[in-house]
Design a protein around this ligand. Structure first.
Ligand code: SF4
Length: 369
């Protein structure tokens, strides 16, 4: 019998503690974990929820992950690539909406035309989104998969300062079971290390509720975030896509994946304390108020859709993605209401870097002086 009242007073969480947190099923215990994670968030990161306007730049991908709805061998997808003008237009929309930051996401492609177009977009974004409130322009996070170190460096030099590369699972066997052989666990680790060396704030994350995944795996994922000094986490429940090789494999029921998704946010908040954690759309896809719940369990980042409406439906990593039809203004108002409904405020016009990254950067600066 686990004493959750005692467990939630701890400052240090062992592997066994994390497994216990993730295994909570009694609503009273879950409410206690939620309250504690929310308190730890407010004490360490404050009350603000930061926006990253999400631009899906291209759904073309050179990879074939077994769970993904835009994998290269999935023929039914209408492939698109936004132009630099379109990406910059989305960025200006973010800036006018006072979002503070944006995320440029795409399938994994390192072809010259695409990377050059991204470089140009980044340079223009940094110029064209300078305002009185944001003299350095929008903050930009990239999420475009595994690339060479040279490409990471070029995009950093062009103005991106955060990079999200999800490890998806830190169990190497499970990783190998859901990825094609050319996508290796080791190469993903190498990419994470290159990103850190270059100077990016580094984000990663996992899918929760994968076929064959255990609580031990998930607890190790949280330990991995700490061991790799990760600044920001983007993780959400696994949502099977019927047209993919993994889609037919049995996974836990929806309620269990949502519960685990929320408990992963809470346990990560309790263990890591000052990182940024996104409340992802995957939570909302499975539960209409999933994103609000994510905030209450310790998340502090939300990604409003700003992808042009006409291509949004073609970027479906999983089925049931929310906000396909709302325009950017409707999305902004809807999200603000959702955030206020859980007694939080929006950190408008701020990059919203994680406290964790800011502390590390100031200690590195201090060490150099
Ligand atoms: S998960 Fe990313 S890299 Fe893998 S197939 Fe989908 S878009 Fe491509």
């Amino acid at each position: 019998m686990i004493d959750y009242a005692a467990l939630t007073t701890q400052d240090f969480f062992s592997h066994a503690d994390l497994v216990a947190l993730l295994g909570a099923t009694d609503p009273k215990d879950i409410a206690l974990i939620q309250k504690t994670a929310e308190r730890v968030l407010l004490e360490n990161c404050g009350n603000a929820v930061y926006y990253r306007g999400l631009v899906e730049a291209s759904n073309a991908c050179s990879s074939d992950c077994f769970y993904c709805g835009i994998r290269k061998s999935f023929r039914e997808v209408n492939r698109f690539t936004l132009s630099a003008d379109q990406i910059v237009e989305c960025a200006v929309l973010c800036s006018k909406s006072s979002y503070g930051s944006m995320v440029i996401q795409s399938g994994e492609r390192g072809d010259k035309a695409f990377i050059t177009m991204l470089e140009e977009s980044l340079r223009r974004i940094k110029e064209e989104t300078r305002t009185k409130e944001q003299p350095d322009g929008l903050g930009v996070t990239l999420c475009i998969g595994q690339q060479t170190r040279e490409i990471y460096q070029r995009l950093y030099d062009a103005g991106a300062h955060r990079y999200l590369l999800r490890i998806e699972t830190t169990n190497p066997r499970l990783f190998a079971a859901i990825h094609p052989p050319e996508q290796t666990f080791e190469s993903r680790l190498e990419c994470l290390s290159d990103l850190r060396d270059i100077g990016y704030q580094v984000g990663t994350g996992v899918m929760i509720g994968l076929p064959g995944q255990t609580l031990d795996d998930l607890a190790r994922d949280i330990q991995f975030f700490e061991d790799h000094d990760i600044d920001m986490i983007g993780m959400g429940p696994y949502i099977p896509h019927e047209g993919t090789p993994l889609g037919s494999h049995a996974c836990p029921p929806v309620e269990e994946r949502v519960r685990l998704g929320l408990l992963m946010i809470a346990a990560t908040r309790l263990k890591l304390r000052d990182v940024n954690i996104a409340s992802t759309t995957a939570l909302q896809a499975l539960d209409p108020i999933g994103r609000e719940k994510g905030l209450q369990f310790g998340a502090n980042v939300i990604m409003p859709q700003v992808t042009p409406q006409e291509v949004r439906k073609d970027y479906q990593l999983y089925p049931g993605k929310p906000c396909l039809d709302e325009n950017a203004q409707a999305c902004r108002s809807c999200l603000e209401l959702r955030i206020h409904s859980v007694d939080r405020v929006v950190g408008y016009n701020q990059w919203g870097d994680s406290v964790h990254a800011r502390k590390r950067q100031s200690s590195e600066t201090g060490a150099r002086e």
